[in-house]
Write a protein that binds this ligand. Structure first.
Ligand SMILES: Cc1ncc(CN)c(N)n1
Length: 594
């Protein structure tokens, strides 16, 4: 089991940092940092930036919708695009109207000017839609009725702009300048995510225009949202929101957050509501009804390596000197604790040194251009031997002796997972269209930790392939039933499972999710290998053997672009390409949709 990421005794600390990062209230800076004018500027910036950062699930969700992926690929049917433009006209007219209402409510002259400028840019966008109609021969008047997703957003926006916001008084009573400014802030807040999202999507799609040799059929649309003027308008709307929200209380900032999230959700639903009459690469659940998912656990699902958890439990299990009564007893306990700590440190040090040496010897030959599966496998055989030796040292040291099963389960229940990880497993398990089997394949020393982690999230039916502690009563003996110790062991598990599944169903598609070198063989063997995180050693070793790393979204857009209607989407095992993601949300969007 890799020790490399071990920082003994930092488990609780990491928990705290992570908890803090996820739970810092939007009004945190207002409470703690409101003394000077310059600090106010930081506060102003932060509201819109924080709100956007918290909307990652919806922004990624929008990017992975069948509509946006097909639009990006250039093969979206023109009829779908026409329908979208007609819906967007309703959306934009309402947007312009909401700006008017917000301008009336704002009491600051600069804010009024800014709102008026933003309104002008919407009118220009509407002109662009008119030019689309001319260029593509659409008759915008043919389709006049907004669909339910469009209505949901326009109703929401107009209600907000009229002061009908949860918890606020009825609109007629919004009379004081303070209350009116608040309504202006709320209204702009319900619009800012739409601007930021389109600026984000515009930039993402811009890079693809070149891939299409500058002949992208929707180039004009992409240019409009990636251009400097639109990017500046998005920023202007954010600055406006930051300014308008300076005087808001904590409760009002919470309302702001809800409005922002609601707008993001409705934006995503707007994309999802576009009728797509063509095969799309996402979500996989639409085209493939049998999916076998494999995932690594340490640092793929978790934020810290489970070695650290066991180190912490071992330290905590050993009584502290203060707890022991007599002086000589206290001395003995102190020595035991020091010995335990030194043993851990020695194990970690030896692991790190040998690992580094192994890396040097593994990568001595000329770096190949082509994908070299056999070379990779041979190199990882060496790594397998090394991992097994390291595990033997751990069991011989008896460092894992005396850990209580209840403590392990408790640690598992409180283990912090990567954002979106638990949601991913839950949504895969409950997706009716997807006949998914889910396997967790891990070097972790103790399967009980993993089981209790997932069970605490309500997940009971995944298949676990990991090592197990041996217990006497509730206490671990320090011995391990070794099942998955190395890259080759992971590959054996993967192949054994697939042998069964492929026999049952040829349309079965396999996905492997991992973060490190130990996952590389499975990553390249799977139909879709997905790397989460940014391990540089994984990229180095992979690159050395000709593995290429491609952002998942880009890979999907390329697949969609190559696709010929009527044929299936083919995914090749051992193609030498693995996909990269920065969050579990991307994987969820790929497999089950947004
Ligand atoms: C649905 C929607 N959202 C945002 C934008 C960018 N103004 C737009 N045109 N359409």
């Amino acid at each position: 089991m890799p020790f490399l990421s071990i920082k003994p005794f930092c488990f609780l600390h990491t928990h705290l940092i992570r908890y803090y990062r996820n739970h810092t209230p939007l009004n945190f800076n207002l409470k703690f940092n409101f003394t000077t004018a310059s600090s106010m500027a930081t506060i102003e910036e932060q509201v819109s930036k924080r709100l956007w950062a918290r909307s990652q699930s919806e922004s990624i969700g929008s990017l992975y919708t069948p509509f946006v992926v097909s639009l990006a690929s250039g093969n979206l049917k023109v009829e779908t695009f026409r329908h979208y433009i007609a819906q967007d006209v309703h959306f934009l007219k309402c947007f312009a109207q909401a700006y008017e209402l917000a301008e009336e409510c704002a009491d600051d002259d600069d804010a009024k000017v800014s709102i008026s400028e933003l309104r002008q840019s919407v009118l220009q966008e509407l002109e662009m839609h008119g030019s689309f109609c001319l260029e593509w021969g659409f008759d915008a008047s043919k389709e006049t009725l907004p669909n339910s997703a469009t209505i949901k957003y326009t109703d929401f926006l107009l209600a907000t702009a009229s002061g009908k916001i949860g918890g606020l008084k009825s609109p007629e009573t919004v009379t004081t300048p303070y209350e009116k400014t608040k309504v202006a802030a709320y209204t702009i807040c319900a619009m800012v995510p739409c601007m930021r999202l389109y600026a984000f999507i515009g930039k993402k799609l811009e890079s693809l225009v070149d891939i299409n040799g500058n002949h992208h059929p929707y180039k004009k649309w992409i240019d409009n949202y990636s251009c400097d003027a639109f990017q500046a308008a998005a920023l202007q709307s954010e600055n406006l929101l930051d300014k308008l929200s300076v005087t808001l209380t904590g409760v009002e900032l919470d309302i702001l957050q809800k409005l922002y999230q609601q707008a993001m959700k409705l934006e995503m639903e707007f994309f999802l509501a576009q009728p797509i009459d063509q095969q799309t690469v996402v979500p996989l659940s639409k085209e493939h009804n049998r999916v076998t998912i494999f995932s690594d656990f340490d640092l793929t699902c978790t934020v810290v390596d489970s070695c650290t958890v066991f180190a912490d439990i071992a330290m905590a299990t050993s009584p502290t000197p203060a707890q022991a009564q007599p002086e000589n007893q206290s001395q003995i306990t102190k020595m035991r604790l020091t010995k335990l700590k030194n043993t851990w440190e020695a194990l970690v040090k030896q692991y790190a040194e040998e690992y580094e040496h192994l890396m040097e010897t593994m990568l001595v030959n000329q770096k190949g251009e082509k994908f070299d599966y056999e070379g990779l496998r041979k190199a990882l055989e060496q790594l397998s031997d090394f991992e097994k030796r390291a595990n033997s040292r751990v069991t011989e040291s008896k460092i894992l002796k005396g850990l209580n099963l209840d403590d392990i389960k408790h640690a598992g229940q409180h283990l912090v997972l990567q954002d979106g990880c638990m949601d991913f497993f839950r949504s895969v398990m409950k997706d009716q269209n997807l006949n998914a089997s889910v396997h967790v394949v891990s070097y972790c020393w103790c399967g009980d930790l993993i089981r209790s982690t997932f069970e605490s999230g309500g997940i009971h039916n995944l298949e676990l392939h990991a090592n197990e502690f041996i217990y006497e009563g509730l206490l671990s003996t320090g011995e391990i039933i070794k099942k998955v110790e190395s890259p080759l062991d992971k590959l054996h598990v993967f192949n054994d499972v697939l042998k069964e599944h492929d026999q049952c169903d040829q349309t079965n598609i396999t996905i492997y999710i991992g973060d490190s070198i130990g996952d590389l063989l499975c990553l390249v063997e799977a139909d879709i290998g997905i790397v989460i995180g940014s391990s540089s050693s994984l990229r180095k070793v992979g690159g050395y053997f000709g593995v290429s790393f491609m952002p998942l979204w880009l890979g999907l857009v390329m697949k969609q672009r190559e696709h010929v209607e009527g044929s299936g989407f083919s995914w090749n095992r051992r193609s030498g390409v693995v996909f990269t993601v920065s969050s579990w949300d991307e994987i969820r969007c790929l497999i089950v949709g947004c």
